[in-house]
Design a protein around this ligand. Structure first.
Ligand SMILES: NC(=O)c1ccc[n+]([C@@H]2O[C@H](COP(=O)([O-])OP(=O)(O)OC[C@H]3O[C@@H](n4cnc5c(N)ncnc54)[C@H](OP(=O)(O)O)[C@@H]3O)[C@@H](O)[C@H]2O)c1
Length: 338
């Protein structure tokens, strides 16, 4: 069979012939229909992920949508290196497979699940959102941030504040239902004041950025918060702006601030899988917030390194997949990101 294969950490994979998967006890072979490329997948393939290793060669791809030998459409919730989902077939523990609701497109599901699950788990399992609460989405213009706006509202948030550096993309956040926006990138004082004006009453921050944007947001919120004993639950989900931030000790003494993370290590596998099953059931009622761009897996080497329109998500489809969906990738080839 064929697969994408990374031979040097940080280098794009090559499309190559590899051995068929050898299922262990309790595992079944699943034919992969769609596997998305997103920051976690790149991180594993570069050896940089906090749960990953550096074994080579490796087949990238964390999750995906496939079909069992019995013909069932299933979600594959997460394979760690070196045997990822960017292959024609994978061995998966049978108990881990999750049914994909009828009528959903495998490419769209593969594109949606990582960003949607980031918000779903952070809101429901970590922050435990209560109806009517105010949620600040820090980094609202990316795939994960857009899904967070949608799911916060879907799960009963009373108000959502969207923060990002791209004003045009923030307008799209408003169209998704965000009540207020904060534009990043201006002078620090102005950005902190904008956070104070828009999000001083926030109950939950879903933070996909960290670093300077997080410092300014926390400073702005605490400076303008009417009741500093009202708990602020700060959920660290991603670090698109930078891996570190300065957290002045006084901020944790002057207000009731709880800082915790949401990621692969922060909840048990059983809880994560239960949450993913719930999310899959909810998906048919949600409009997609991620633009899926299907790419033949044979083109993985060029696609991996190509700039793609901001907001679009590449989804690799093995040979014989849905060629109808290949149009957007053809159009994006060789173009600069817009
Ligand atoms: N813990 C989890 O479960 C989990 C799950 C999914 C994602 N994540 C993490 O969440 C983050 C976002 O993921 P994604 O899927 O949304 O990625 P994405 O679609 O590639 O979007 C990245 C976003 O980050 C923004 N950004 C990058 N650098 C920035 C900076 N210096 N200041 C402000 N904004 C900046 C980008 O803004 P522009 O559009 O303006 O460039 C874009 O909106 C990543 O760190 C990812 O690893 C975590």
């Amino acid at each position: 069979m064929y697969a994408a294969v990374v031979h040097a950490l940080g280098q794009q994979p090559r499309y190559e012939s590899v051995a068929e998967p050898a299922p262990a006890a309790g595992e079944v072979v699943v034919e992969v229909l769609a596997a998305a490329l997103y920051p976690l997948v790149r991180s594993f393939a570069s050896g940089g992920h906090y749960t990953g290793g550096d074994a080579l060669p490796l087949v990238p791809g964390f999750d995906g949508v496939g079909r069992t030998t019995a013909g069932e459409l299933v979600y594959i919730p997460g394979l760690e290196p070196p045997h990822g989902t960017m292959a024609e077939r994978v061995a998966v523990p049978a108990a881990a497979l999750m049914p994909v609701p009828e009528g959903l497109d495998p490419v769209a599901v593969a594109a949606a699940m990582n960003p949607a699950s980031a918000a779903w788990i952070a809101l429901r399992e970590r922050a435990r959102l209560l109806r009517g609460e105010t949620v600040l989405v820090l980094g609202a213009t990316g795939n994960a941030g857009r899904a967070a706006i949608q799911l916060a509202l879907d799960q009963g948030a009373g108000a959502v504040v969207a923060a990002g550096r791209d004003e045009r993309a923030l307008r799209a956040a408003t169209e998704l239902g965000a009540h207020r926006t904060v534009v990043l990138g201006g002078p620090d004082e102005e950005v902190a004041a904008a956070f104070g004006a828009a999000a001083a009453g926030a109950d939950i921050v879903l933070d996909y950025l960290w670093d300077r944007p997080a410092e300014l947001a926390l400073d702005g919120i605490l400076r303008h918060r009417a009741d500093l004993t009202r708990t602020l639950r700060w959920v660290q989900v991603g670090s698109a702006a930078g891996a570190d931030m300065t957290l002045p000790s006084a901020w944790l003494r002057k207000a009731d601030v709880s800082v915790f993370g949401s990621g692969l290590g922060s909840i048990s596998g059983a809880r994560r899988n239960a949450a993913l099953r719930d999310l899959l059931e909810r998906l048919p009622d949600l409009a997609p917030t991620t633009e899926a761009v299907a790419v033949p897996m044979a083109e993985v080497e060029a696609a991996w390194a190509s700039p793609v329109r901001s907001g679009a998500r590449l989804v690799f489809v093995p040979a014989g997949g849905d060629t109808e969906a290949f149009g957007p990738w053809e159009a994006l080839k060789g173009r600069e990101a817009v």
